[in-house]
Design a binder for this molecule. Structure first.
Ligand code: ADP
Ligand code: TPP
Ligand code: MG
Ligand code: MG
Ligand code: MG
Length: 280
């Protein structure tokens, strides 16, 4: 960062003159609950959700800008812990909080903008080609399992509850994807099948997933959660056939010619995935 918080705007260095920019909004009751998550974890999650989108472009995150709204009476300690979480998540990728804005609001809201630097071609959703393999790095379905447990009034198993509270996107290995020839990449926020659908649509390809190859959370309904659960911010990418994959990646399927759709074990997978405007 050339100039951090304190002036009218931050100045972010950009090799090659390109800055990657993305924004994701988090709303209390929708993305987190203050009785489910401590403020530190809400900060970690708000940063992670946005940093993952930068990394999924093949870019190195540099800075976050935070629009913050909170009800009157919100404790200063609560906000301090949230800021600690934002800062610590940024530290995972050597990024920093460059500035923000704070207003009174009916509920806690965090409008986060993440910036990143590209030192080569971006890895977009449209690059997948027939013959590529589909691979994932990171957890799938864990955060959703955590939400289901919390919704049922449970607080265990702790690792699943924590997965909802604090996603752990595998930034480092995703940042190596381009080196290994990745043709497309995204972070899984809304569910694996739904998000791979964005690659299928954007590249005009069909994606075939082998259900048995998909890593699942340790719950009875693991495959459903892995296919439809969002918010672990795993990375899904396509790589040329036969390419060696970076550490932690595993192959779960392939890209073929055909209509833009995602098949699981040979059948279109219907339903599931997060939709903000689905009626109850
Ligand atoms: N309200 C909006 N206005 C303009 N573009 C949007 C809006 N919402 C989403 N997009 C764009 O659509 C794409 C997908 O966004 P989104 O569904 O939030 O997925 P993700 O955060 O997982 O990448 C992004 O390129 C985003 O910039
Ligand atoms: C209280 C609560 N209920 C439900 C969820 C589950 N949930 C909320 S938003 C979401 C999808 C991801 O959020 P979104 O804003 O769509 O992120 P984006 O796809 O833009 O990265 C999920 C799975 C949650 N995190 N918290
Ligand atoms: Mg988004
Ligand atoms: Mg996102
Ligand atoms: Mg979404």
């Amino acid at each position: 960062m050339e100039l951090g918080p304190g002036d009218d705007a931050a100045i972010v260095r950009a090799p090659g003159g390109r800055v990657v920019a993305t924004t994701d909004l988090l709303v209390e009751g929708r993305h987190f609950r203050r009785d489910w998550s401590p403020p530190y974890d809400i900060g970690r999650k708000a940063a992670a959700q946005n940093l993952a989108d930068v990394v999924a472009m093949g870019a190195r995150p540099t800075a976050l800008l935070i629009g913050f709204g909170a009800p009157p009476g919100t404790a200063v300690d609560w906000v301090d812990a949230l800021c600690d979480g934002l800062r610590d998540e940024c530290a995972q990728v050597e990024a920093g909080v460059a500035g923000g804005d704070i207003v009174r609001a009916e509920a806690v809201v965090l409008a986060v903008t993440a910036l990143g630097a590209l030192d080569g071609p971006a890895i977009t959703r449209s690059g997948a080609r027939p013959g590529d393999v589909v691979a994932v790095a990171g957890r799938l379905g864990h955060a959703e399992a955590g939400v289901e447990l919390l919704s049922a009034g449970l607080r265990e198993p702790a690792d699943l509850i924590d997965a909802h509270r604090r996603p752990r996107p595998p930034y480092a290995t995703a940042l190596r994807a381009r080196e290994f020839g990745a043709t497309a990449m995204l972070d899984v926020s809304d569910g694996l099948v739904q998000d791979l659908g964005h690659i299928a649509e954007s590249a005009g390809v069909r994606i075939e997933i082998d259900g048995a190859a998909v890593p699942v959370p340790p719950v009875p309904d693991g495959l459903r959660l892995a296919l439809t659960g969002g918010e672990d911010h795993a990375f899904a990418a396509t790589f040329p056939e036969g390419a060696e994959l970076p550490a932690e990646w595993r192959t779960i399927g392939r890209v073929v010619d055909g209509p833009a759709e995602v098949l699981v074990d040979g059948r279109p997978y219907r339903g599931g995935g997060w939709d903000h405007f689905r009626l109850p």
